[in-house]
Design a protein around this ligand. Structure first.
Ligand code: SF4
Ligand code: SF4
Length: 56
Protein backbone atom coordinates (compact mmCIF):
# COMPACT_ATOMS: atom_id res chain seq x y z
CA UNK A 1 0.00 0.00 0.00
CA UNK A 2 1.07 3.53 -0.74
CA UNK A 3 -0.53 6.85 -1.46
CA UNK A 4 -0.83 8.00 -5.05
CA UNK A 5 -1.25 11.52 -6.48
CA UNK A 6 -3.97 12.02 -9.10
CA UNK A 7 -3.87 14.32 -12.15
CA UNK A 8 -5.73 16.93 -10.07
CA UNK A 9 -2.35 17.92 -8.59
CA UNK A 10 -1.49 21.61 -9.17
CA UNK A 11 2.18 21.17 -8.14
CA UNK A 12 1.97 23.43 -5.09
CA UNK A 13 4.57 21.39 -3.18
CA UNK A 14 2.73 21.35 0.16
CA UNK A 15 2.66 17.56 0.34
CA UNK A 16 6.38 17.17 -0.29
CA UNK A 17 7.14 19.61 2.54
CA UNK A 18 4.98 17.59 4.95
CA UNK A 19 6.05 14.06 4.04
CA UNK A 20 8.09 12.62 6.97
CA UNK A 21 10.06 10.25 4.76
CA UNK A 22 10.60 12.51 1.73
CA UNK A 23 8.74 10.12 -0.56
CA UNK A 24 7.30 12.94 -2.70
CA UNK A 25 9.13 14.69 -5.52
CA UNK A 26 8.21 16.96 -8.41
CA UNK A 27 7.50 15.10 -11.64
CA UNK A 28 6.92 16.39 -15.17
CA UNK A 29 3.29 17.45 -14.82
CA UNK A 30 2.53 16.72 -11.16
CA UNK A 31 4.15 15.64 -7.94
CA UNK A 32 4.76 11.92 -7.53
CA UNK A 33 5.06 9.51 -4.59
CA UNK A 34 7.71 6.80 -4.43
CA UNK A 35 5.60 3.81 -3.37
CA UNK A 36 8.64 2.00 -2.00
CA UNK A 37 9.28 4.84 0.46
CA UNK A 38 5.75 5.93 1.47
CA UNK A 39 4.69 4.78 4.94
CA UNK A 40 0.98 5.58 4.51
CA UNK A 41 0.89 8.32 7.14
CA UNK A 42 -1.74 10.35 5.26
CA UNK A 43 -0.09 13.77 5.73
CA UNK A 44 -0.08 14.50 2.01
CA UNK A 45 -3.82 13.90 1.69
CA UNK A 46 -4.47 16.18 4.66
CA UNK A 47 -2.47 19.16 3.44
CA UNK A 48 -3.33 18.99 -0.27
CA UNK A 49 -5.66 21.84 -1.35
CA UNK A 50 -7.19 19.77 -4.14
CA UNK A 51 -7.30 16.32 -2.47
CA UNK A 52 -5.04 14.81 -5.10
CA UNK A 53 -3.28 12.17 -2.94
CA UNK A 54 -5.28 9.12 -1.95
CA UNK A 55 -4.58 5.62 -0.70
CA UNK A 56 -4.53 3.08 -3.51
FE1 SF4 B 1 4.60 10.78 2.49
FE2 SF4 B 1 2.77 10.06 4.25
FE3 SF4 B 1 1.99 10.90 1.85
FE4 SF4 B 1 3.23 8.54 2.09
S1 SF4 B 1 1.19 9.10 2.95
S2 SF4 B 1 3.69 10.09 0.57
S3 SF4 B 1 4.64 8.92 3.77
S4 SF4 B 1 3.05 12.13 3.42
FE1 SF4 C 1 -0.03 18.36 -5.80
FE2 SF4 C 1 -1.63 18.37 -3.65
FE3 SF4 C 1 0.98 17.82 -3.41
FE4 SF4 C 1 0.17 20.29 -3.95
S1 SF4 C 1 -0.24 19.17 -2.04
S2 SF4 C 1 1.89 19.19 -4.93
S3 SF4 C 1 -1.59 19.90 -5.29
S4 SF4 C 1 -0.55 16.60 -4.52
Amino acid sequence: MAYKISDDCISCGACAADCPVEAISEGDSKFVIDASVCIDCGNCAEVCPVSAPSAE
